[in-house]
Design a binder for this molecule. Structure first.
Ligand code: HEC
Length: 310
């Protein structure tokens, strides 16, 4: 460098060329360096906001759709139960009013499909036996470590209250977030959980160009918690779960990822809030009672104060 600087006044044609070449090489290195960095960081992830969907259980008069809950259970059983536990749920709950309302006989058969650990027996050994209605749903993995090992380091969360534990924030700036919360309260919007789960199950897409994904990870356009990267592989494909057939031999609802996602999200909402129907019905009855009481009180007040003149 000193050589070039020292000779600045009297540089020859060769030196000029060398200097030009050096400058070009440096520019090239800088450019490729920046490009490599940009690729390393990848484009910033902006999660897709789940669409608001119509649910039978939304709003003040909402109730669960029994047939939808039964289909959702089938998806949980055949797909999700391979990885996700649901520890607060017992088989007998599947017969509860306001739920999937399987008959007692059906619940017995559904429970017996699972193997549960019992014991110890007279020899002090634990043993496996078919499930009974009084059993809780067994876990797919014996402990968290095994679950992690089988799922690329991430534990599939328990599904007992998942639909109430997950949500999304369309705005993270003030005052839009407050406005959104107030508007949701006013419109009685309480289905963020199922909206999110349904969108998540349909959100497995090809990553945008330049988005880096390690083997065993998956890109999901709504998974904000992981900046678009989720350890769960896409669990649903069209046609993987057989739905009840109508008289024409065709499924009563389409066997598509979209329909599966909605049905299993509705089922998980019931799992998280099994008494929703009862809560809403009681709320309505209380409102009617209060209205009637208010009307009566008005006439009582009129009568009591009738003789008092201003
Ligand atoms: C092969 C195992 C596997 C199957 C099958 C599976 N999951 Fe998952 N799931 C995972 C793992 C692992 C995670 C944790 C992902 C993470 O944190 O990166 C997860 C996370 C989730 C989450 C939480 C996402 C969040 O916001 O934290 C939901 C919801 C979910 N799964 C729903 C389902 C549903 C519904 C099904 C059935 C249709 C299902 N999963 C089937 C492995 C599985």
């Amino acid at each position: 460098m000193t050589f070039f600087l020292g000779c600045a006044g009297t540089e020859t044609g060769t030196m000029k060329r060398v200097r030009l070449l050096l400058a070009a090489a440096m520019a090239f290195c800088c450019a490729t360096g920046f490009a490599a960095r940009a690729q390393e960081e990848g484009p910033a992830f902006v999660p897709k906001i789940p669409d608001r969907q119509s649910w039978s259980f939304a709003g003040p008069f909402g109730v669960y759709d029994t047939a939808q809950l039964q289909r959702g259970y089938k998806i949980y059983r055949e797909v999700c139960a391979n990885c996700h536990s649901m520890e607060d749920m017992h088989f007998r709950n599947l017969a509860d009013p306001g739920g999937p309302e399987f008959t007692e006989g059906q619940v017995k058969a559904l429970a017996a499909e699972f193997k549960v650990t019992d014991g110890p027996d007279d020899n002090g050994k634990m043993f496996k036996r078919p499930g009974r209605p009084a059993d809780p749903f067994p876990r797919p993995f014996p402990n968290e470590q095994t679950a992690k090992l089988a799922n690329g380091g991430a534990v599939p969360p328990d599904m007992s209250v998942l639909a109430k534990a997950r949500s999304y924030e369309p705005y993270d700036w003030f005052p839009a977030d407050i406005g959104y919360a107030l508007w949701s309260m006013l419109t009685q919007y309480q289905t963020q959980g199922p909206d999110y789960i349904s969108a998540l199950l349909q959100g497995f897409k090809k990553p945008p160009p330049g988005f880096k994904i390690e083997p065993g990870q998956n890109y999901n356009e709504v998974f904000a918690a992981g900046n678009g990267i989720i350890a769960m592989p896409p669990p649903l494909q069209d046609g993987v779960v057989q739905y009840p057939k109508g008289p024409d031999g065709k499924p009563v609802v389409p066997e598509t990822v979209e329909q599966y996602s909605k049905d299993v999200a509705a089922f998980l909402m019931w799992v998280a809030e099994p008494k929703l129907d009862y809560r809403k019905q009681l709320g309505l009855e209380v409102m009617i009672y209060l209205l009637a009481a208010a009307g009566l009180m008005y006439f009582v007040k009129k009568k009591v104060w009738a003789k008092v003149h201003a």
